[in-house]
Design a protein around this ligand. Sequence first.
Ligand code: UDP
Ligand code: MN
Length: 255
Amino acid sequence: SLPKIYAITPTYTRPSQKAELTRLSHIFMLLSNLHWVIIEDANTTTPVVRNLLRQAGLSERSTHLNIKTPVGYKLKNKDPNWLKPRGVEQRNLALNWIRTNVNPEQRSVIFFMDDDNSYSVELFVEMMKIEPGRVGVWPVGLVGGLMVEKPILNEDNTHVIGFNAAWRPERPFPIDMAAFAISTDLLFKYPQAQFAYEVERGYQESEILRHITTREKLQPLANNCRDVLVWHTRTEKTNLVSEVKLNKEGKRSDE
Ligand code: UDP
Ligand code: MN
């Protein structure tokens, strides 16, 4: 049978949330071996997310959790996005859930699937090729100030020998969160592997990967790292000036 893929998505309430999650849910509807671990950055789970999972037919193939980012670590409305790490608490809760609920004997893969990126279905087909004990890697589009950030391979295309990153290339793993997926056996082998707040900007990926792999052991995928199957797109902040005026009159456009 196909290896299961656990896609881990931190998410938070904002005007575009339902649009983002709808886009993602359609990938799950196309791939039967995907399980969605969706973690709301909130004190409770919300009906928006719960109803979306149900309407997409994903109630049985999803795990709906919540944990709020501590106030001191939360971005303020006007803060630049990079000021604080995002999704740390939520991804760590998902890792705990996986370590508690997933059968270590069964082949599976975990992937950190942020809610605003753009994913090709083919990316998930590539992840199914990840060997036990390995971390699969591939290019990511529109990130790090480049059209494509990607691993550089040896002549035989068997090993990663470097990265083309322009931003902070000195990082141990200068790649985006969307650039890799992990064979789940590594999570059981290295129980200390997780994310942390007290790491420099851009070092979350290195923070988890340094526990579980080395550059030499990475498994290149996506046509020898030549195909772009995921893009680090970002959604602009929604303009609701007129909605705010309506609200002041006691009305709203989405009743
Ligand atoms: N996120 C969250 N709480 C927040 C901000 C972000 O749970 O306060 C989630 C967000 O929904 C996304 C992930 O964390 O799935 C990464 O956030 P974002 O896409 O804003 O980061 P970037 O694109 O800058 O890496
Ligand atoms: Mn993002």
